[in-house]
Write a protein that binds this ligand. Structure first.
Ligand SMILES: [Mn+2]
Length: 208
């Protein structure tokens, strides 16, 4: 298990009882990906996932998204139970003057799932049990009106997928096979947009 799981590229591993795979693909022809993702332990039994999409593409977007995720790591390391609305607010203040970003932070653990987001980062669940909540309109580091955190239950074997808007709405989360990295790879091959960075992070709660 890596404390540094998550990157601006592809990675996979396990944290607590959660299996995680993610991949951030840069827009073709651009070196730096404007999206980034991170996964980190949250206490003994939990995990926090964060996905960021810097406004625009390239270096400035990359800088905004990676800086925000570094701050999320710091804040969760300080207090694994910190309110997610506060995490978003701290990232907002830190990102003022940058290009801004969309940011979604999700905490999963034995007591369920909690998530909070601003901007176009989506969450899907398999099986679809109930609404997992939505991101609020706005841009972290520029302007957003308000946020709240959504909570839902989590059963063994449940799968969640976080995606930036570089993944088309044609993507429907299905039951992944044994390999989460292979699932993410093929889902991005099929559903990533041509003209945007695209990121997908999938987390599976252990079956037994
Ligand atoms: Mn995007």
């Amino acid at each position: 298990m890596s404390e540094r799981l998550g990157s601006d590229a592809r990675a996979s591993g396990s944290i607590a009882r959660f299996e995680i795979a993610g991949q951030a693909r840069a827009l073709r022809g651009v070196e730096r990906c404007g999206d980034a993702w991170a996964a980190m332990p949250a206490g003994e039994a939990g995990v926090v996932l964060a996905v960021a999409d810097g406004v625009g593409h390239g270096d400035a977007a990359h800088a905004a998204s990676t800086r925000a995720l570094a701050l999320v790591r710091t804040l969760i390391a300080e207090d694994a139970a910190r309110a997610l609305t506060d995490v978003i607010a701290r990232c907002h203040r830190d990102a003022l003057g940058s290009v801004g970003l969309a940011l979604l932070v999700l905490r999963a653990g034995p007591s369920g799932v909690e998530l909070c987001g601003v901007g176009n980062v989506e969450v899907r669940s398999w099986p679809a049990r109930e609404s997992r909540g939505v991101s609020y309109a706005g841009t972290v580091g520029y302007r957003y009106r308000t946020t709240r955190a959504f909570t839902s239950t989590l059963e063994r074997g449940d799968v969640l997928a976080l995606t930036t808007d570089g993944v088309r709405s044609t993507f429907a989360l299905s039951r992944p096979g044994a390999s989460l990295p292979a699932y993410v790879e093929s889902a991005l091959d099929a559903h990533a947009r041509e003209h945007d960075d695209a990121t997908m992070v999938v987390v599976r709660h252990a079956e037994d």
